[in-house]
Design a protein around this ligand. Structure first.
Ligand code: ADP
Length: 797
């Protein structure tokens, strides 16, 4: 409660008591009326004063007159009433001492200074002192404005008291009476926040343009942070105007968004505060702005297709990232004119189209095939449309980013090509295998007739060795064409890697370091472990060569990693190339010379090599490719410039619950004896192979019946006693091996059958639905054929 510093109360004579009481009551009532502006309360107050006055008279009549009682103002009542006023009220006596002050006064002037010595600046104090003097003289005075603690107030001074010996000072915040005080607080608080959320910045200003309050966004944009003290600041200072009359925040500079400013006089009074609202000038920018407005920019940026806006003069004013990507533009040096995007031949056509669309004379939209300056190989479609109502934009351009599409196209084309080359290679290998079977077989037969000391023996041995080298090459071709014999097992990739790591260390030499990392909880895969070892070795040899090329004096690092492929990377590879699924990845990366971008698409092709003659065959990677493909997997080569090469192989996780095959399956003990007895029906359409095989089997002690195709074989079956074994080629004209074998089995269900083929056992087994057939890949030696025949017979027996 405000202090009642001192009460100085005059003395009254008994005779005037009643008059005094009524007079005092009237004065107090007038004071009340003036203070709180309420006639009813004032009337009540007067009535109370009269009652009190009457009480005093009655009391006086009964009691002897003591010393004159203190009369005048009932301070309790004044205090109660003053507390009901929202204004700051102080009362001073003639000596200028403060005799009363209410809560509001204390809140406004913390140390309870006596007017006129208020913290309102020197000029304010002087004016207030003058007002005090005027009030003593005239009964009333006021000053229209004074600034205190960021608030503007006006002060009324009234001479009052029974003896007109008091001055009542009433300070009224200028925004007080009309409710703006509440707004001052609300703008800095919840209301301000809600306005800001609605995109409205608001401030309350004094009539001379000083900020009384502002919402947090306005504070932030005008001053840099949302709690900046803006009170008392000159609002005009926050804003700048450009040549076109657009307003922006000075703080945001000429690049800032233009603003729309609305002024709302708070009341009709001249000195009423002004409410200003600021809105981002969005609508305007759409129709009249010179730059694309913020939200057009956002909109354009959000578009999934490449969009660019061009102004009437044919200059780009906006383009999104997709457009930059589609046109392969360097974001740091964007082009100025659309014509800059295309090859020289297309420039004129593009510029012409821009002019027509900008002038509005062209049809609504059109597509144009153009060739981009940076990618002239493939034409792209540039869509052009006239723009209306998008500010300065006169033409909208759209360019589809088809880099992904063309990448896929390229890869599909590449895969198709590989497929075709594979078929070709497979066919060549098949025929070669027949020839090699004949050559090797004849060599074997000749060697059997010659002893090692013989003059021909070494020559025949030479022919045989070279034929074996040729056979190794055809095996690689078959591997590439995915037609080689695979013996798939369910296995864990880390086992395959550890199986070859010793070999790798020897291959890489001392200077290349090898790091092997294995992921946890890898899914098992189904593949031929021997073939996978071949894959790792081939990739490692290439990596070593690339590292030697980069560091002739040694150095480099080969990293082999197994891990579970992430969904993200599988998606990145593209569902058209590799279907989404669970894969275990084997990644082999080196720090070597890397693979140039123009070489990268060719490396898996057979006979593609960049190595000098005699060093590379160009079959290493094609073998790898074939093995991976035949195992149902995928292989990718990546070589970011300057970072060596990384080969990633994805093999599908084999999730049938089949147990992982223990690695080293114990080899079957074989009887060394190759001599056999019994009748063999040999079916083969290639004369040279048939001749060799016949001689080989005959040599081993078999009786051999020969047929040159399936039908001939069935005739022999009909006209002869049951043979002990059928040895047959697979692919033959007229009737193929499997069909013939089915007929034979129809007659002799337990007939052992041995297929010889230049194609893969895997494929063969898939294509024939026959149980219990044995298989021998071509080319084979006499020895191998004898072993296979013996095993087939033994199994049956
Ligand atoms: P070869 O090794 O016999 O040349 P490949 O089919 O194994 O045949 O490889 C084909 C070509 O791919 C190589 O000649 C070489 O240019 C490139 N290459 C393969 N692996 C790498 C690698 N790790 N780093 C750089 N280039 C490589």
């Amino acid at each position: 409660m405000a202090a009642l510093s001192r009460l100085s109360i005059g003395r009254l004579t008994p005779d005037g008591a009643m008059a005094v009481a009524v007079g005092a009551g009237l004065a107090a009532a007038l004071l009340v009326l003036w203070v709180i502006g309420n006639l009813v309360v004032a009337a009540g107050f007067l009535a109370a004063a009269i009652v009190v006055g009457g009480g005093v008279i009655a009391w006086r009549a009964l009691a002897p007159a003591p010393a004159a009682p203190d009369a005048g103002i009932d301070w309790n009542l004044v205090r109660t009433l003053a507390a009901r006023s929202g204004d700051a009220i102080a009362i001073t006596d003639r000596a200028g001492q403060l005799v009363y002050a209410n809560d509001e006064y204390e809140a406004l002037f913390a140390d309870l200074p006596a007017p006129p010595d208020l913290p309102i600046g020197e000029a304010g104090i002087a004016a207030l002192a003058a007002a005090g003097r005027a009030a003593w003289r005239d009964g009333r005075a006021r000053i229209d404005r004074a600034e205190v603690a960021g608030k503007t107030i006006k002060i009324d001074v009234l001479r009052s008291g029974q003896q007109q010996d008091l001055l009542v000072w009433r300070a009224e915040p200028l925004a007080g009476r009309d409710g703006s005080a509440a707004l001052v607080a609300a703008l800095s608080g919840g209301l301000g926040r809600r306005l800001a959320e609605a995109g409205i910045m608001a401030a309350l200003l004094t009539p001379d343009g000083r900020v009384m309050s502002a919402d947090p966004v306005l504070r932030a944009r005008a001053m840099g942070h949302s709690e900046a003290a803006v009170e008392g600041a000159d609002f005009a200072r926050f804003l700048i105007t450009d040549g076109h009359g657009r307003i922006r925040f000075a703080n945001e500079g000429t690049q800032g968004n233009p603003l729309r400013l609305l002024q709302v006089p708070f009341t009709k009074e001249e000195d009423a505060p002004i409410l200003v609202a600021l809105l981002d000038e969005e609508d305007n920018a759409l129709t009249t702005g010179t730059g694309a407005a913020g939200h057009i920019r956002t909109l354009v940026q959000l578009m999934p297709v490449g969009i660019a806006l061009v102004d009437r003069d044919g200059r780009f004013i906006e383009m999104n990232d997709a457009f930059m990507r589609a046109a392969s533009l360097d974001p740091s040096a964007p082009p100025i004119y659309p014509g800059d995007l295309v090859v020289r031949e297309d420039k004129a056509a593009v510029a012409d189209a821009m002019r027509r669309f900008a002038a509005g004379g062209a049809a609504h939209a059109a597509d144009m095939a153009v060739r981009l300056r940076d990618h002239p190989e493939e034409p792209v479609i540039l869509s052009i449309a006239g723009a209306r109502g998008l500010g300065d934009a006169a033409v909208v351009l759209s360019l589809k980013d088809n880099s992904e599409e063309s990448r896929l196209k390229r890869e599909v084309a590449q895969a198709t090509k590989m497929q075709a080359v594979g078929q070709l290679a497979g066919g060549v290998a098949h025929d070669f295998n027949n020839i090699l079977t004949a050559i090797i077989g004849h060599c074997d037969l000749m060697l059997m007739r010659h002893s090692p000391g013989d003059s021909d023996y070494d020559d025949i041995q030479q022919v045989r060795n070279n034929s074996n080298r040729a056979a190794a090459l055809t095996r690689q071709l078959l591997a590439f064409s995915r037609q080689q014999t695979l013996r798939p097992q369910v296995l864990q990739l880390p086992d395959v890697v550890s199986e070859v790591s010793n070999l790798l260390k020897r291959l890489l030499g001392e200077t290349v370091s090898l790091e092997v990392r294995h992921g946890r909880d890898l899914g098992p895969v189904r593949a031929d472990p021997g073939q996978l070892e071949q894959v790792v070795v081939n990739l490692a040899v290439n990596a070593r060569d690339a590292m030697i090329a980069k560091y002739p004096h040694g150095g480099g690092k080969l990293t082999i990693q197994t891990r579970t492929a992430t969904v993200g990377e599988i998606r990145r590879r593209g569902p058209d190339i590799m279907p989404v699924g669970d894969y275990t990845a084997l990644e082999i990366s080196d720090t070597g010379s890397g693979i140039p971008a123009d070489v990268l698409p060719k490396i898996f092709e057979p006979f593609f090599t960049t190595k000098e003659v005699g060093k590379g065959t160009g079959l290493g990677l094609s073998t790898v490719y074939g093995i991976v493909k035949q195992s149902g997997g995928y292989i990718f080569a990546d070589s970011p410039p300057g970072q060596g090469a990384t080969f990633t192989i994805y093999l599908p996780v084999h999730a049938t619950g089949e147990p992982v095959t223990p690695r080293k399956a114990a080899a079957k003990p074989r009887p060394a004896e190759l001599w056999g007895t019994g009748t063999v029906l040999l079916v083969e359409d290639e004369d040279m192979v048939r001749a060799v095989a016949e001689r080989a089997l005959t040599r081993q002690g078999y009786t051999v019946l020969t047929a040159e195709n399936g039908e001939a074989a069935l005739e022999i079956i009909e006209s002869n006693p049951r043979p002990d074994l059928v040895v047959s080629d697979v692919v033959m004209p007229v009737m193929d091996g499997p069909t013939m074998a089915r007929h034979v089995r129809a007659r002799y269900p337990d007939m052992p059958i041995l297929f010889m083929s230049g194609y893969a056992e895997e494929q063969l087994r898939r294509s024939i639905s026959l149980e219990n057939v044995a298989f021998i890949p071509k080319p084979f030696s006499v020895q191998q054929l004898a072993e296979a025949a013996r095993d087939a017979l033994a199994q049956q027996g």
